[in-house]
Design a protein around this ligand. Structure first.
Ligand code: ATP
Ligand code: MG
Length: 215
């Protein structure tokens, strides 16, 4: 972790899971807003391992997604990046992410799992829902074009889920990949270092917008 945590108080830690293919300013703003609203000590970004929910397209290697996430978060002393999901073999399940991070803090931590409204809507279909809500508070971020439906909201435990509105950043990784593949700019959608990493490693150059051509 990046900062010495305050002695005598359980640390409050935001967990931002994502494919981060690539990480963009929408992710970073979401992490920063939730950190401020919930008075968190830090936010850990956790790039997924083999992303089973995106089986329809080829996802860039975990190492590229991890490094882009490190580059994007390096300047913020309250952000850090965990390798727990990239290093675990097999598909990433949020329950494993939360268990591993809790263990990292020796069990003494309040975790806030930050997720988009789109992912939150699927949460009830995830494994071990009850344990998930025991392990973390869930923060659902609404973003343009991803409203949460009321039926889903009512099915979630009210004391364990908070919906927050993130300043409208209509950025998605899909759009970034398509732009690179169409030779359009991604400057200011992703951090400068990530623009350069994508170019250096020739990520997203093919038509499907997701294949890595590493040298
Ligand atoms: P893709 O287009 O490939 O699905 P994405 O932009 O949705 O990528 P993910 O890595 O899937 O990025 O997102 C990780 C988390 O960040 C998800 O919970 C997602 O809802 C949230 N998120 C993504 N973009 C934004 C944004 N612009 N504002 C707030 N939250 C976002
Ligand atoms: Mg997404």
């Amino acid at each position: 972790m990046s900062l010495p945590l305050e002695v005598g108080r359980r640390p409050r830690v935001g967990v931002m899971g994502g494919t981060f293919d690539p990480i963009h300013h929408g992710h970073l703003v979401a992490g920063s807003e939730v950190l401020s609203w919930f008075g968190l000590d830090e936010v850990v970004f956790v790039p997924t391992g083999e992303p089973w929910q995106k089986a329809d397209r080829k996802v860039s290697p975990g190492e590229d997604r991890y490094l882009m996430t490190v580059i994007a978060t390096a300047s913020n002393p309250r952000f850090w990046v965990s390798r727990v999901d990239v290093d675990r073999s097999g598909p990433t399940y949020t329950i494993d992410t939360l268990r591993d991070l809790r263990a990292h803090y020796g069990g003494e931590v309040d975790l806030y799992f930050i997720t988009g409204a789109d992912a939150l809507a699927q949460i009830l279909t995830w494994r071990n829902t009850e344990e998930l809500f025991e392990l973390a508070h869930f923060v659902g971020c609404t973003r343009p074009g991803h409203d949460i439906d009321m039926q889903t909201l009512h099915a979630l435990p009210r004391d364990r889920v908070t919906i927050v509105e993130i300043p409208a950043l209509a950025i998605s990784s899909t759009d970034c990949r398509e732009r690179v593949s169409a030779d359009e700019p991604v400057w200011y959608l992703v951090p400068d270092g990530v623009v350069q990493y994508i170019a250096k490693h020739r990520l997203y150059v093919d038509a499907s917008g997701a294949t890595s051509h590493r040298k």
